[in-house]
Each structure stands twice: as C-alpha cells, then as structure tokens.
Design a protein around this ligand. Structure first.
Ligand code: ZN
Length: 414
C-alpha cells in the first residue's frame, strides 16, 4: 500500500486522518513542520499531504524546502488549507505543490487528489538541448543540458537518453534511494555524443550495490557496449566503464516490443545519420513517444524527388506518424524552424513545423517541442513555440492538441 506522510496540526485533522486510514494507506502523521521535513527527508513517501498552517515551519516554506532537496524533489505534494484566499492557493502551486485543496470542501476531494497523484504518470525534462550543452544567461529559461527525459509512475522510473541532463537526475535518484540499492533503466536512442556524454557523470553507476540496465541499438560497426566503453577510454576520461562500481548490463534491442519492468516499449528507426531509434513507452494506460533526432523524409527528399515519387516520399514519414499515433505526449525533434532548416538539410533534424504536422496527423494530445538548437536563445524558443501553437490551431481549429516547448526542470503530468 502507498506510504503517505500527513503533516497537519489543524483541529480538523482527525477527520482527514481517519479518512486516509480507512483507505488503507500506510500513514505517518506529524503535527509540526520541522518534524514533517525531517520525516520526509529520512524516508521515501509516495505522497506528502501537508497543511499550510503547520507550526515552526509555514506550509509555503515547507514546500520550498521539499522542492529544493534532491530526495523529495519529485515526491507529489497535496497541500490542504483552512484558509480560502485564492492568492494563497495559487502561491502553493507556484512553490511546487501538485494540488491544493480547501479543507472546508470536505475529505473526499482531498482523498481524490491524493489518489490522482498516486496514479499519475509524470514526464520530466532534465535536458532539452540538441547537439551540445549550451549553458548561459541566453538559455537559462529553457536550459542548456543535452537530452535526458524520465517517465515515472509511482516509484518506477524509465530514463530516456544520457545527455548531460542525466547528471542532475543521477543525484536525485541517489538521494531518493536513501542508501538503499538502486536499479536504473536507461533507453538510449543512439550514441551521438549529446545522447550519451552525461553517462560518465551518472552517480548511481558508481554505487557498488546498484545496477544499471542500458538498452539501445547496435552501432554500424561495433556492439553498443563497445561504443559506450569507447567514450570512457583513458584518452577521453579518467574512469573506464568497467571500473564503475555498479553492475552495468547493456542490452541491444532486437524485439519490436519489449518490457522494461512495468514499461512496455516499442521502437521505430528514425531518419538520422547512424542507427537511431524512436521509442513509444506505455505505462498505466498512458503513452509517451520520444522521437528526437529525426529528419522528415518528406522535407528532405521532397526537394529532390521527381513528382512521380513525391507521394511515396511522404509515405516514408507515416512510420513516425504511426509510432506517435494517439500518444498522450509526443516529445518531438524540433531543433530548427523552417528558415533555419534550409541551410541545415541533411543534418538529421526536424523543423518545428514538421513536428506540428506529424503530431497533427498522429492525433496526439500534447506535443513537446524538443532538442532546441544551441543557437536558439530563450526568446527564439519562445517564438518557435508561439508559431507552432498558431500552426497547430490553423491546421485544425477544433483540435485540443497542447503544444509546449520542453523546458529543463519541467514535469508534465499525464
Ligand atoms: Zn544524433
């Protein structure tokens, strides 16, 4: 049963406590904010339910502290308040609570919010930049780390790609484990540097009690494990792959559909130099498609193909459409905009317009524009996102597809 921490000293707490116990949750209850923080840091909880008026540490401060600590960064927080000011409710969400409820509305909405958090599938972006890490004031809002994304449900996490964003994720996973052995599952799309170069800095790979499973495609000339080993040759890095203390197992993907723990994974080959996979991940009835580093056949070949084969060229992109079909979230290569693409045709990436058109054809619910070009500063990404939203609305005025620009640190709840 899910483990819950209730931090609450309201005179109305006994009702909430009784209602949560009646649902069979493994419940820890404290009345004081400082005690709550200590409990939350000491043990892993599936959800923290906290009152905004706890003594010694106000709920706002408590949320801030929980969100700035690696071990509780990802724990769902449901805030409850006896107050009814809209500004307070909004503030709790801004600080990082996942839901906020007025206690006067009764126990049922609070319990429903807790259940919703426990059932949710979350996608978190740890690195969203294509090609090369590009930190700096110009990229501070969307982030400068290269690709790394997680799909999580409960305590299960699947990692997609090991760009430089995986470094911070590793610190979070290690803190969440609180000294216990950790098993990590990583799917790599391909072995271009920007998708693997964070791995040597993935802290869980250095823990002797840990295990790291890595799945990916075989390279053109060498087994996947050799390629990963190669980037840690002594010429490039002081620690060899084999000297990392964790048990590291590399799997080359052969099956069209396979399971990684509770995650069901399908793949398709992308149109990108070297062997590159796009993934369709399903868990708890939700589907996330991660198809970065691909170039539309229609746009690339359409310029050179004779008219007689133009339809066939477009049909080549239908494989990507079927991979993304009806996804709850489609994380798409959108490295360029059309005007930038012209000088970069054949580099293996999409323009955002292509991502919108494929997402539209695939009837996805949400589209995350991903793999931002290092030359795009935050304002340029803003413009790319706005133009893509306008294009999506023009393609289908009645469509409810949400278009967002993937931002480092952002979590999307499906
Ligand atoms: Zn690539």
């Amino acid at each position: 049963m899910a483990k819950l921490l209730l931090i609450d000293d309201s005179p109305m707490r006994p009702d909430l406590e009784a209602a949560l116990r009646a649902r069979g949750y493994d419940l820890t209850v404290v009345a004081d904010g400082q005690d709550g923080l200590r409990e939350a840091r000491a043990d892993a909880f599936d959800c923290i339910c906290l009152d905004l008026l706890t003594p010694t540490l106000h709920g706002f401060e408590l949320i801030q502290l929980l969100r700035s600590t690696f071990s509780t960064l990802r724990t769902p927080i449901v805030a409850v308040t006896d107050k009814t000011y809209n500004t307070d409710l909004r503030q709790a969400l801004t600080l990082g609570a996942d839901a906020v409820l007025e206690r006067m509305a009764g126990q049922e909405p609070i319990i429903a919010a807790v259940e919703e958090q426990l059932a949710a599938v979350r996608v978190t972006f740890w690195g969203v930049r294509g090609s090369i890490a590009s930190p700096g004031p110009e990229t501070a809002r969307y982030g400068g780390n290269t690709p790394c994304v997680t799909v999580s449900h409960g305590r299960e996490t699947l990692i997609l790609d090991a760009g430089t964003g995986i470094r911070r994720l590793g610190l979070v996973l290690q803190s969440e484990a609180r000294g216990r052995p950790l098993t990590c599952s990583l799917l790599v799309t391909h072995t271009h540097w920007d998708h693997i170069q964070g791995f040597p800095f993935f802290v869980p790979a250095y823990g002797a009690a840990n295990k790291v499973d890595i799945w990916g495609p075989r390279s053109l000339t060498r087994p996947l494990e050799d390629v990963l080993r190669g980037q840690m040759n002594p010429e490039y890095f002081p620690v060899a792959l084999g000297d990392m203390a964790a048990r590291i197992v590399v799997h080359e993907i052969r099956e069209r559909v396979f399971d990684v723990g509770p995650f069901k994974v399908q793949h398709a080959y992308m149109n990108h130099p070297s062997i590159t996979l796009g993934y369709r991940v399903t868990i708890a009835g939700r589907t996330v498609v991660y198809a970065t580093d691909t170039e539309p056949f229609g746009r690339l070949l359409g310029q050179v193909a004779p008219t007689s084969v133009a339809a066939d060229v477009h049909a080549l992109d239908s494989r990507l459409v079927s991979l993304a079909s009806n996804a709850d979230l489609y994380i798409a290569d959108a490295q360029y905009v059309s005007s930038e693409y012209r000088t970069k045709a054949g580099w293996g990436h999409c323009a955002a317009e292509d991502a919108v058109s494929i997402a539209h054809e695939a009837s996805v619910k949400r589209l995350a524009l991903f793999s931002h070009d290092p030359m795009q500063d935050d304002d340029a990404v803003d413009r790319k996102v706005s133009a893509s939203q306008a294009l999506a609305a023009a393609l289908s005025p009645e469509s409810k597809m949400v278009v967002l620009g993937a931002r480092e640190g952002q979590s999307v709840r499906l």
